[in-house]
Design a protein around this ligand. Structure first.
Ligand code: GDP
Ligand code: ZN
Length: 303
């Protein structure tokens, strides 16, 4: 009986997977048996917990993939049917980086990201970066309406260091995935968290990947405090996939709680009489910016 080790896939490259175990790091391939049968999706991805059989010189074979707790994935339509492409397995936190200014807050995009986090049941932490440009209080005014919805919020400045210690604390021990529009300071934040890793230097290779649909995570970067962070290579990495218009209200926590009281069970909450969501909006119980995002997504409008 050969030895079995358990580990985490922290890197993937052309069919080779780097697996971190208690006995060190192994470069592994998938056992042939796992590859049999009809493929409806990626078999393994960064973030998967696996069992391996070590071979010589730091190599090994992945013999088993543990059941995934969570998943960030997209359905890729292929001629032979839909294929599930895994962006990252087992993410425990999605960190949505936005700015207070330069660029202005993009609530529409943030709300789209939050819908995905809700759909995949991944806790979200919103970062309001560049607080130094507007002041801490104004930063809170721009983003505090997300707090009662149950999302985490941290006001930060990479420039002054505000909030960075707390960010480290919140990431510690978890697998986190970062997303956000460009220019908000995502690379600056990651560089501050991962000294020695110059993400800006990789921006050239990142831009060459822009046109591609595949925006899967290739690598988890270990944090000094324990845990890992992953950067989604492009903005499109977290577009709105696979969300049916009828299920959208379930991914807005503050809308969801009113839906049962709507007069029509198929209420779209856009124009119907007896709509409890519209009533709550009028009563000031739903933030107008959040409702605006709901409406735009529901009606299929661009962000
Ligand atoms: P990314 O596109 O989101 O990765 O953003 P970058 O990390 O490349 O940052 C974009 C620009 O914003 C750079 O010029 C950074 O120096 C600047 N920047 C990043 N964080 C802050 C901050 O907290 N405050 C200010 N004033 N500028 C920042
Ligand atoms: Zn309604």
């Amino acid at each position: 009986m050969s030895e079995i080790l358990h580990g985490l896939i922290t890197r993937s490259q052309s069919g080779f997977y780097q697996v971190e175990t208690e006995k060190g790091t192994f470069t592994c391939q998938l056992r042939g048996l796992l590859k049999r049968g009809r493929r409806l999706g990626d078999l393994v991805a960064v973030g998967d917990r696996v069992s391996i059989t070590p071979l010589r010189q730091g190599t090994g074979i992945i013999v088993r993939v543990e059941e995934r707790q969570r998943l960030l994935a997209r359905q890729a339509p292929l001629p032979q049917g839909s294929y599930q492409q895994i962006i990252i397995a087992n993410p425990e936190l999605v960190v949505l980086v936005f700015a207070c200014a330069q660029p202005e807050p993009r609530y529409g995009m943030l709300d789209r990201f939050l819908v995905i986090a809700e759909k995949q049941a991944i806790p979200a932490l919103i970062i309001a970066n560049k607080a130094d440009l507007v002041g801490e209080q104004a930063a809170h005014e721009l983003y505090d309406h997300y707090l009662p919805l149950g999302y985490g919020l941290l006001v930060t400045s990479v420039k002054t260091g505000l909030g960075l210690a707390e960010l480290r604390q919140r990431l510690s021990g978890k697998i986190s995935v970062f997303a956000g529009p460009s220019g908000v300071g995502k690379s600056s934040l990651l560089n501050a968290l991962l000294p020695g890793l110059d993400l800006a230097a990789q921006s050239v290779s990142r831009s060459t990947r822009k046109g591609r649909h595949t925006t899967v995570v290739r690598e988890l970067y270990p944090l000094a405090e324990g845990g890992y962070v992953a950067d989604t290579p492009g903005l499109k990495a977290l577009a709105l996939w696979d969300i049916q218009p009828e299920e959208l209200d379930a991914y807005f926590p503050e809308l969801k709680r009113h839906v049962a009281a709507c007069q029509f069970s198929d209420c779209t909450h856009v124009h119907e009489p007896g709509c409890a969501v519209l009533k709550a909006l009028e009563a000031g119980e739903i933030h107008p910016l959040r409702y605006r995002s709901y409406r735009r997504i529901r009606l299929g409008e661009e962000e």
